[in-house]
Design a binder for this molecule. Structure first.
Ligand code: IVH
Length: 665
């Protein structure tokens, strides 16, 4: 009994903490915890709830991690059709809309017309149904009449409240989207050929996934812009947005009540540039009549209501000059032509480079060096060349010549029949491919070795100190110290970081190896189906193709990777380096010296970065916090520690130096 009371308290505390950090991350874009720290909190909650299943509630953040697999989504009928909006690119048409509504409103005997101006979020529309305060259904728009019931996936989205105050039955509509940063991270973790073109596509894809645990990992967000079913039906739209906020929804916060056309134009002008600074993508402004009581009276066409309109910002374009085309060699040998442009300002940033994708694209554009070109940013995060100003082609325009040899290693290029790209086949020796593999290995989603950056990789490969990722683990400090911009301290840091990375999981290692078509999600599936590299290497193509989400192409690529004769030596090197070649719990191997201890780091640490230090504490059972209180168990004070150290001393919290901390580890 006391156990369960104690557990209930801990569960409540953890839930509060998780919700707090979730809000900081998703709604306020001011995270205080690393992803790893956040995940650990969630894991603790899940473990406790598993131990005390009676304490699980439908609104617990643990319900957001997903797990349910859906074979086919059930079709559901919307209580009222989910209409779209009529779009315009013209301010003149906005004015016409405004005047039209004004007239209609006047017919109803109302002469004060207020409009709400909101941002138009570039995501996917969904409908949420709440009954007695609980989220009971989440559905896609579908054809507007019927959509798919995707409740299991919707539940994983942190900014969608699972529980609100009891408001009877209400419907909330809004947009699911991916923040630019989350989108970039997702793309980074996927094989190049499976990357999404823009956050909207990534969101649409994620919402329809059958594995809700995978949906949870995609990190989506939600903004609400429509509320129906509240008791007081006369509540105006602006007040409804406020009400949504009170109920715990995010509205994005950027909306304005406009009483004149002038206010609307001002809002549109204000956000045309400011929107680029937002952490998510927007593509226009939506104008809605504030008086909801008149909505029905104004009615709708077959597709869109007459009381609202969407003004879309014109795609952002700029004119510049193509100075040169360089050919990049990727880690898989693919040659990508890259346009070097005369730097130009576009959508809030200076653009000097843009990918031309492949040689088919060059042919399609008919582009030549020194051409005047139009570049555009629309939806996509990276700008692209969309056309050539042919009338202004200069007399010195030069054709772009497809190289016959690899620009890095001179090996004749090949063009696999099924592909649009040329490839350098010199996988083992081409310096660009080696560099690419090393950088991928060290990247955030892979082994996360921050001190192994591009400049260092360039040098290590140029002087042939490193030929594959296995060599990294045999580097000695004296060799590193001699490198440019290195010195003793950086050399020590790198060796230490590499040392720590040996403990990174087998799943991460599988991804870090950079096998063609194996992104993070595939690496996870593989690590579960084949919990050791040994077992994976022995799997046949047919066996591999039975693993969920692995088709014949991926299976072939994995077999191909392990079949190379040089691979045996390479994998032996990884084994000798002490990397995790099987899925044994790495945490089981470390002690639990910090069990139950709350630790705060303050000031600068010399030997660890904050993230690593925090992970070391958490692996050993401790928790890491950001502010000092009486309950803090330990403060690790680095150099230049300030007010937090003072406060810790005042409160009598135990304070240790970085050396002592290391001893405790
Ligand atoms: S209101 C009946 N408000 O744009 C009106 N829609 O092009 C329902 N959208 O289907 C929509 N931001 O997916 C509304 N602030 C906003 C919006 C918004 C984005 C999307 C929504 C809609 C589409 C129409």
């Amino acid at each position: 009994m006391t156990d369960s009371i104690h557990a209930a308290e801990r569960i409540a505390r953890l839930r509060k903490e998780i919700e707090h950090h979730s809000r900081l991350y998703y709604s306020e874009a001011k995270p205080e915890l690393s992803d790893y720290e956040f995940d650990r909190l969630l894991e603790q909650l899940i473990a406790l709830e598993r131990q005390f299943p009676d304490l699980v509630t439908p609104d617990s953040p643990s319900q957001r991690v997903g797990g349910a697999i859906t074979k086919e989504f059930v079709s559901v009928t919307h209580h009222e059709p989910m209409l779209s909006l009529s779009n315009t690119y013209s301010l003149g048409e906005v004015e016409e809309f405004y005047n039209r509504v004004k007239k209609l409103v006047a017919l109803e005997g109302v002469d004060e017309q207020e409009m709400v101006a909101e941002l138009k979020f570039d995501g996917v529309a969904i409908s949420l149904l709440y009954q007695e305060g609980l989220l009971v259904r989440g559905a896609t728009r579908g054809d507007g009449i019927q959509g798919d019931d995707i409740t299991v996936n919707i539940r994983t989205i942190p900014t969608i409240p699972l529980k609100i105050g009891d408001t009877g039955e209400i419907e909330v509509r809004g947009e699911v989207f991916m923040r630019k940063e989350d989108f970039e991270q997702l793309n980074e973790s996927r094989p190049e050929e499976e990357r999404f073109a823009n956050p909207r596509n990534a969101t649409a894809g994620a919402l329809k996934l059958q594995d809700s645990a995978e949906v949870a990992r995609r990190r989506m967000s939600f903004v609400a812009y429509y509320l129906k079913g509240i008791r007081d039906e006369s509540t105006a739209h602006f007040s409804r947005l406020k009400l949504l906020e009170e109920l715990g929804f995010s509205t994005g916060n950027h909306y304005k009540l406009c009483s004149e056309l002038h206010d609307i134009n001002e809002f549109i002008a204000e956000w045309s540039e400011k929107r680029w600074k937002l952490p998510y993508e927007t593509d226009g402004v939506v104008l809605k009549l504030n008086a909801v009581t008149l909505w029905d009276k104004l009615g709708a066409t077959a597709k869109s209501p007459r009381w609202a309109i969407a003004y879309k910002y014109p795609a952002q374009q700029a004119r510049t000059v193509l100075n040169a085309v360089v050919f990049q060699v990727g880690r898989l040998g693919t040659i990508t032509p890259v346009a070097e442009l005369e730097p130009v300002l576009l959508a809030g940033s200076t653009v000097a480079r843009s990918t031309l994708h492949n040689f088919d694209e060059i042919g399609r554009l008919g582009i030549m060096i020194h051409d005047r070109v139009i570049i555009e940013k629309s939806g996509e995060v990276i700008p692209k060349v969309i056309s050539v100003v042919l009338e202004e082609r200069p007399s010195d325009a030069q054709p772009i010549i497809i190289p016959l040899n690899c620009p890095e290693c001179e090996t004749p290029l090949v063009k696999p029949e099924s592909e649009v790209s040329y490839t350098c086949p010199n996988e083992a020796e081409c310096p660009a491919q080696i560099r690419g593999r090393l950088l991928h290995f060290a990247s955030r989603n892979a082994m996360d070795i921050k001190s192994l950056g591009k400049a260092l990789v360039d040098q290590l490969v140029a002087i042939k100190l490193v030929k594959d990722v296995g060599d990294l683990y045999f580097l000695q400090e004296p060799q590193l110290e001699k490198l440019e911009r290195m010195g003793r301290k950086s050399a020590q840091n790198l060796v230490r970081a590499l040392d720590e990375s040996r403990a990174k999981s087998y799943e991460r290692l599988l991804y870090a190896l950079g096998i063609r078509h194996v992104g993070r999600a595939t690496a996870r599936e593989l690590s579960q189906a084949y919990p050791s590299l040994e077992a994976l290497m022995q799997a046949s193509q047919e066996q591999l193709a039975t693993v969920p989400d692995i088709g014949p192409v991926v299976a072939h690529s994995i077999c191909d990777y392990f079949a190379k004769p040089s691979q045996t030596d390479f994998l032996e090197k990884l084994r000798a380096a002490g990397l995790q070649l099987s899925a044994s719990e790495t945490t089981a191997q470390v002690n639990r010296n910090f069990e139950g201890l709350t630790v705060l780091f303050t000031g600068g640490l010399d030997r660890y970065d904050r993230q690593t230090a925090s992970e070391l504490v958490m692996e050993r059972g401790g928790r890491v916090v950001n502010s000092v209180s009486k309950k803090t168990g330990l403060v690790v004070a680095g150099h230049d520690a300030g007010s937090k150290l003072d406060r810790a001393l005042k409160l009598g919290v135990r304070v240790v130096s970085e050396d002592e901390f290391e001893g405790m580890l």
